[in-house]
Design a protein around this ligand. Structure first.
Ligand code: MG
Ligand code: MG
Length: 316
């Protein structure tokens, strides 16, 4: 592929690592930020002509009993990181840059999107979330079969009432579920399905992608965002991809996005120029095969930020 910058330039990119697996039952996603760096993320985005700043990793002062993996300690770590990442997201956007968060398990998105929501509220821009994932991540402490927080961030962000007072923070309820699109879903729990339907989340599951095609569905989303000049946050879970091309993730599910479906969706978002912030999560180097998942995520990020095979003469 060519690495030429497209005619649709994007402002400077801030890379921020959140090396945690406190929200997941399997360990290893905490090494995700480093794997993405080793796979060449900074060099790839810089080659595309972007001004890339690596702001390093967010770390909390003390990972309380994290080695014991006690649920309370894991929750403490998730919420402490959320507070920090929310502030980092806000600061990056206020500086006119585009934050790219490197997970970490998907619980990091409660903080990152909270910060994006604060920015959007301050400038009066509607926030849209594209959640690319095999899962809905819309469980609550009452509906979750596992209790793992990486299966709940979207429900918390959308204001589900089942979360206790410990979850109070600016991540709570600042996202309108009707502005959330889940893309690539194929593993949704029973109560989660009911909640997603009741709240009006648009779930573009694998069957819809099979029937309609990624292009038609992406166009639908892009039109919705552009119609009211929204800010689009993309939260990309590596398990959205088919495990045959992305084995390095903690909760793989068969029948996922193909290599071209994923690239095409992100290329279209780039061409539409409506990407405002990004999470790249659930890369687990411990489960990966020679870094192929990390390299694929880097390539997908390149598609989102302007890598093209040939210049396009028409928009998305
Ligand atoms: Mg997820
Ligand atoms: Mg997932």
């Amino acid at each position: 592929m060519s690495t030429e910058l497209s005619p649709n330039p994007i402002r400077g990119l801030d890379l921020i690592g959140i090396p945690t697996d406190a929200g997941a039952s399997r360990r290893g996603a905490g090494m995700g930020p480093e794997a993405l760096r080793v796979a060449g993320l900074i060099e790839t985005l810089t080659e595309l002509g972007h001004d890339v700043r690596d702001l390093g990793d967010i770390r909390i002062a003390q990972r309380v009993d994290a080695h014991l993996r006690l649920p309370a300690a894991r929750q403490t770590e998730v919420l402490a990181l959320a507070a920090r990442s929310s502030d980092m997201a806000l600061a990056s956007l206020q500086a006119g840059r585009l934050p790219v968060f490197l997970g970490g398990d998907h619980s990091i998105s409660m903080g990152t999107i909270a910060g994006v929501a604060r920015h959007c509220a301050a400038i009066g821009k509607p926030l849209f979330v594209l959640w690319v994932d095999a899962h809905g991540d819309f469980n609550t402490p009452l509906t979750s079969p596992t209790g793992n927080l990486h299966g709940m961030p979207l429900a918390l962000l959308c204001g589900e009432p089942d979360f206790g007072p410990a979850y109070q923070g600016d991540w709570r309820g600042n996202v309108d579920p009707r502005n959330v699109t889940i893309f690539g879903a194929r593993s949704i729990d029973r109560f989660e399905r009911q909640l997603l339907e009741t709240r009006g989340v648009d779930v573009m599951d694998m069957r819809r992608i099979d029937e309609m095609g990624a292009v038609a569905l992406m166009r639908e989303l892009i039109e919705k965002v552009q119609a009211i000049d929204g800010h689009l946050h993309v939260s990309f879970d590596a398990d959205s991809l088919d495990p045959s091309i992305a084995p390095g993730t903690g909760t793989p599910v068969a029948g996922g996005l193909t290599y071209r479906e994923a690239h095409l969706a992100l290329e279209m978002l780039h061409d539409a120029g409506c990407i405002g912030s990004l999470d790249l999560v659930e890369v687990n180097p411990y489960l990966d095969q020679n870094g192929c998942t990390a390299r694929l995520i880097v390539d997908l990020a390149a598609s989102l930020f302007g890598r093209q095979i040939m210049p396009r003469r028409t928009g998305a």
